[in-house]
Design a protein around this ligand. Structure first.
Ligand code: NAP
Length: 257
């Protein structure tokens, strides 16, 4: 299989896109470190599913917004599996509000997890990857990093930072054999966007997406797996939209058709 002999760390893999990514990488032969912050049972369920399908995985607790915990995560994975080749920086949160009403702590929390986690884990894997010269990092950003949305200034800014970091890291680390890319999903129904992905709100949002549907977490995971693996060997610094065409248009619908 394409990812045989590869060890992957997926942050925030207990639920949603991270969970689907862990399962997709394992299905291609990777050994997977399933990181979680608080959802131990969910993380163990992901591990059990991978093992039941004949794969190898283990769960690792760490809050990636804390640099010490991110370095401990990487050290634990190296000790458990004896290697590390793929890092998927997926862990993320949102605390939506209007800027006028947003608590400064809500701005900082989102920045610390969504961008801080990417920085912390990327820095943490470098001691190993700069020696092996064989690594692929995939950051899970968002279309919101490239466009504005009312009530998401903190989230959008955190993902814009991830996008800028992805480009700079790709350039800086290419000489060490390390690729850095990002996926930018539109909407994919998960706990994170539960309020937006059901009922009338969902109908309204889908009408604005050229493909008239949300992504599935499996569709996002497929793109992550592609960027993580050998089929994208000559790609780095790429921000890949997975948005049903949402970013291709002006975003202002034409009524006549
Ligand atoms: P989700 O279902 O809410 O899952 C979030 C995951 O992140 C959980 O496994 C959670 O772990 C973990 N997590 C949160 N804070 C963490 C921390 N400090 N340290 C370690 N793990 C942490 O969200 P999702 O929709 O799958 O989102 C995954 C990524 O995709 C995020 O970066 C999000 O911004 C991005 N994204 C999502 C969408 C979408 O429509 N769903 C669109 C664009 C981008 P615990 O439960 O164990 O705490």
């Amino acid at each position: 299989m394409k990812l045989d002999e590869r060890v992957a760390v997926v942050t925030g893999a207990s639920r949603g896109i991270g969970r689907a990514t862990a399962l997709a990488l394992a299905a291609d032969g990777a050994t997977v470190a399933v990181n979680y912050r608080s959802g131990k049972d969910e993380a163990l369920d992901v591990v059990a599913r991978i093992e039941a399908a004949g794969g190898r995985a283990a769960a690792f607790q760490a809050d990636v917004s804390d640099y010490e915990q991110a370095t401990a995560l990487v050290a634990d994975v190296l000790e458990a599996f004896g290697g590390l080749h793929i890092l998927v920086n997926n862990a993320g949160i949102s605390k939506d509000n209007l800027i006028y009403s947003m608590e400064p702590q809500d701005w900082l929390d989102v920045m610390k997890v969504n961008f801080g986690g990417v920085f912390n884990c990327t820095k943490a894997v470098l001691d190993h990857l700069m020696v092996t010269r064989d690594g692929s990092i995939v950051n899970v950003s968002s279309v919101m990093g490239e466009r504005g949305w009312t009530g998401e200034s903190n989230y959008s800014a955190s993902k814009g930072a991830v996008d800028a970091f992805t480009r700079s890291a790709a350039i800086e680390l290419a000489r060490f054999g390390i690729r850095v890319n990002a996926v930018l999903p539109g909407f994919a129904p998960t706990d994170l966007v539960a309020e937006l992905s059901a009922g009338d709100v969902a109908k309204h949002l889908k009408r604005q997406i050229p493909m008239r549907d949300f992504a599935t977490v499996e569709q996002v995971a497929s793109a992550i797996r592609f960027l993580a693996g050998p089929e994208s060997a000559y790609m780095t610094g790429v921000l890949l939209n997975i948005d049903g065409g949402g970013m291709a248009g002006l975003g202002l619908g034409r009524l006549k058709w």
